[in-house]
Structure formats: C-alpha cells, structure tokens
Design a protein around this ligand. Sequence first.
Ligand code: ADP
Ligand code: MG
Length: 240
Amino acid sequence: MIRFTDVHKSFGSLEVLKGIDAEVAKGETVCLIGPSGSGKSTLLRCVNGLEDYQQGEIAIEGARVDAHAPSIHQLRTQVAMVFQRFNLFPHRTALENVMEGPLHVLGEPKAEVRDRAEEHLRRVGLADKMNAHPAALSGGQQQRVAIARALAMRPRAILMDEPTSALDPETVGDVLSVMADLAHEHMTMLVVTHEIQFAREAADRVLFLDGGRIVEQGPAADVLTSPQHPRTQDFLRRVT
Ligand code: ADP
Ligand code: MG
C-alpha cells in the first residue's frame, strides 16, 4: 500500500531522512518508533505530501507521492492523518466535526453523512458525546473524535503521529484501545508511537528509526522482544 524506496529528505543543509526503504502492506499496522529528532514525523508528513522529499520515491498503491502535484489534495483525502494535537473545530459539535470532511470535501449527501458519522462515533465509544463541543471533552475523547473524523473519509490508510502523547495518562487507554480495534479490523495504519506495549500487541511490524535511517525492522514481537541492533536495544531500555 505504501512503499518507501531510498527516500532522502533535507531541510536546507540538514539531512533528516537518509535513505528510507520500507513498506506498509494493505491491512497491516506498522509502528514507527525511535528517539526524538530521528525523523519520524518528517517521514509521516512526506507520505501525504505535507513535506516534499528530494530523492527516492514514496508510492501509494503504486502512485508516486508528489507534494507539488495538484493531485496531492485528493491523496490527502485518501490517506488520513491523526496528529498529536487533534485540531477539531472548536465551535462545532463532535458530530459536526466528523461530518465536515465527507460533507464539504467529498460532497456526499447530508443524511448519509450523518448516519455514517454517528456510526463512527459509536465505534470509538462516543455515542453519548455526539452533540458535545470539543471544550467539553477530555483529551482522549477529542482524540477519538479525531479518529472518527479520519474514518469518516473512508481512507485507504491512516497515519498517526504520536496520537496519545499529549493526553492525560488516564485517557490514553481508551484511545489505544480504539487504535487496537482498527488494527485488528485490518485498517492499514502507520503509527508513530512511544507506546511499546501497544506496538507489541497491535502492530504487525515495527520500524526503528534512528538518525534518519531505519536501523532495524521486522515483526513486532522480534524487534520489541529481542532487538538485534544496539541502538534499538538502548532505545527500548530507555522507554520501557
Ligand atoms: P521526530 O518526529 O522523530 O522527533 P522530526 O521528523 O520532527 O523528528 O524531526 C527530525 C529533524 O528534522 C529534527 O532535527 C528537526 O529539528 C528537523 N526538522 C523537522 N521539521 C523541520 C522544519 N520544518 N525545518 C527545519 N528542520 C526541521
Ligand atoms: Mg515527531
């Protein structure tokens, strides 16, 4: 579904991605882990064209991602992004936030959009919060609205950048459990996270990024339980 081939990315003279080769298969959940500053967010942002890259190729279902192509807007409707900060519209209810994209970006009929939005909010455990405004919701609830909003676009894949790291600890579990449900339902996901337990339980594969290079990747159980590379071992010792 997503293929990275020798991807290089620099900001000015700072080379941040130094030749990334990896892939995310359809229906697979891949967790991207690694120290702060290693290039995780940059890699994710390149996938849906929020950043460009200078060398190599990122392809989604075979189509090259080009941040400067007019088609990038369409790509962004198909590859949803869930951020650390949820960016909900403050003056709209949870339901209205979820309806926004399908209604105004995809131009789908309102009654249908409403039904589906309600269904997505139920799916993330917010049946009783549909008419609440973001300010009346906990961080974890807001992040679940953001996930429902992403799902409402019927994306081919979802990218998540540290979706639980800005949350109060007591609200993290509900968000991780929604993410685990999606993984088990074979939503295609690339998730940057420091939640190693989540990665162990929900990820099919793990990529460990360090200094702009993937120094280790493989099945979650292998990478997280018996990492081979000293950098991975050291990182896991520090975060677990
Ligand atoms: P991570 O998400 O793994 O913490 P990032 O992808 O955010 O890492 O950042 C990788 C490196 O790129 C860091 O050195 C960061 O300072 C730099 N960087 C990120 N975004 C920009 C930008 N817009 N301009 C310049 N440097 C950037
Ligand atoms: Mg980051």
